[in-house]
Design a protein around this ligand. Structure first.
Ligand code: SF4
Length: 418
């Protein structure tokens, strides 16, 4: 059979990669193209402007060349369009071809780096070798200093997985589903223990490398942007409370930089064990907000779960911080002129930046409602939960219809606005 053109393969393999949400180029070290060997200029940088962004069909912004090495796969994960029993058009690149594409796109300023994943071709070891070889060509043969995110394969030999960390800025290993039972049912070739072990190994290597870097200036860099993972939401019966608890345990045990939540989207030629409908995208958004609460607002996972209903699901019409505040009204109102930072961070409508500004402003004067209004998008949302010099909510916080008073109004979008 005739070999497909590069463009045709690019279309297939970039399209096949769009279901993976776990890429973001934040958090890596700053590098630029100055100071190559013998005074030459290297290629690529992790900073700078002029980077083009691609948008996945569901609106996510992607500034990397996001690609699968191949969409052939010997595994049969039910939720995946590339599974072996799926009837999709297949294609593959060699490591050299992916490296060449990355350099070409980079030099044209289309991308800021590469996100590379792959279906499992031949064996996990062979596939992981191909991913690592791509990164090696870029880094060693072309002195490429742009961002590289490699998806690693937990079933592969740990030594090969380790090599990925030597070339990549970020590595990721997908836990795929929030519960082990869900993984067994929907990804029968994968093993929860192996995934967990690979994440633990990667975390140890990252910690050791950081430690070595502190002691020896020339210690090799190892995944400086850390590791991340992705969970598919809505493909199994896991509730939001289950998902939040799992994410929290991953952050704590494996020190992940990010957990990405990807609302399951029905795929062409879907397996019969999958739900027919995708979960609402707003569910994914509420999970990201919960994630934020745990990482930046001091909420424990069980507190986020308390914001959920009896079925463990977070409300879709209001954000989880507001849902928590409405359930635990005895924690409010808080006095913006005296309350500790932890209490201010719990106030719906006050972000981390606003709280920082309140803390520094109140060193010099006592704050009024107008001062707080300048720091928030909606003072109406904040009012029932705070006390200022000139404002006290009195009975407002206890009103049965408080949610209706402050919840954002649902707007009917117009079809034909300009
Ligand atoms: S291993 Fe599973 S999720 Fe990954 S490409 Fe193959 S079928 Fe898809």
């Amino acid at each position: 059979m005739a070999q497909k053109s590069t463009l045709d393969r690019l279309k297939i393999l970039a399209d096949a990669a769009k279901y993976d949400a776990s890429c973001a180029s934040s958090g890596t070290s700053k590098r630029d193209s100055r100071g190559g060997p013998k005074g030459s200029r290297a290629i690529g940088s992790t900073e700078g402007m002029g980077i083009c962004h691609a948008y996945a069909p569901d609106g996510r912004c992607i500034s990397l060349l996001k690609l699968l090495m191949t969409n052939h796969c010997v595994f049969d994960c039910h939720y995946c369009v590339n599974r072996k029993s799926s009837n999709v058009e297949r294609a593959k690149f060699t490591p050299q071809e992916v490296a060449d594409l990355t350099l070409t796109f980079y030099k044209r300023n289309y991308i800021e780096g590469l996100f590379l994943s792959s279906g499992i071709i031949r064996s996990s070891d062979h596939t992981m070798e191909m991913l690592v070889e791509t990164a090696r060509i870029l880094r060693e043969e072309h002195d490429f200093r742009g961002y590289i995110h490699l998806k690693t394969i937990p079933e592969a030999d740990p030594e090969i997985v380790h090599r990925a960390g030597l070339y990549a800025d970020r590595v990721s290993i997908n836990v795929e589903l929030p519960t082990d039972a869900g993984l067994t049912r929907l990804a029968p070739d994968k093993n929860a223990g192996q995934i967990d072990g690979a994440m633990a190994g990667m975390n140890n290597a990252i910690v050791e490398a950081k430690d070595a870097k502190k002691r020896f200036r020339h210690a090799p860099r190892f995944a400086p942007a850390g590791q991340s993972t992705q969970m598919i939401v809505g493909a199994d019966a896991a509730s939001d409370a289950d998902i939040v608890t799992r994410a929290s345990s991953l952050y704590t045990r494996h020190r992940l930089r990010r957990v990405y939540y990807s609302a399951f989207s029905p795929i062409p030629d879907a397996s019969a064990v999958l739900p027919l409908k995708r979960p609402p995208l707003i569910r994914e958004h509420r999970l990201y907000q919960s994630d934020w609460l745990m990482r930046f607002y001091g909420f424990a996972p069980h507190e986020v779960a308390q914001a959920a209903g009896a079925d463990g699901m977070l409300p879709l019409d209001i954000d989880p911080k507001l849902a928590w505040a409405l359930k635990f009204r005895e924690s409010f109102p808080v006095d913006v002129n005296r309350a500790p930072k932890e209490a201010l961070l719990r106030v719906p409508g006050l972000g981390t930046r606003a709280v920082g500004q309140i803390l520094s402003a109140r060193r010099h004067r006592r704050l009024r409602l107008d001062d707080v209004a300048k720091l928030t998008v909606s003072v109406k949302k904040v009012q029932p939960f705070i006390v200022t010099v000139d404002w006290r909510p009195v009975l407002l916080t206890d009103r049965a219809d408080l949610k209706a008073l402050i919840a954002p109004k649902v707007e009917q979008l117009e079809l034909f606005v300009a």
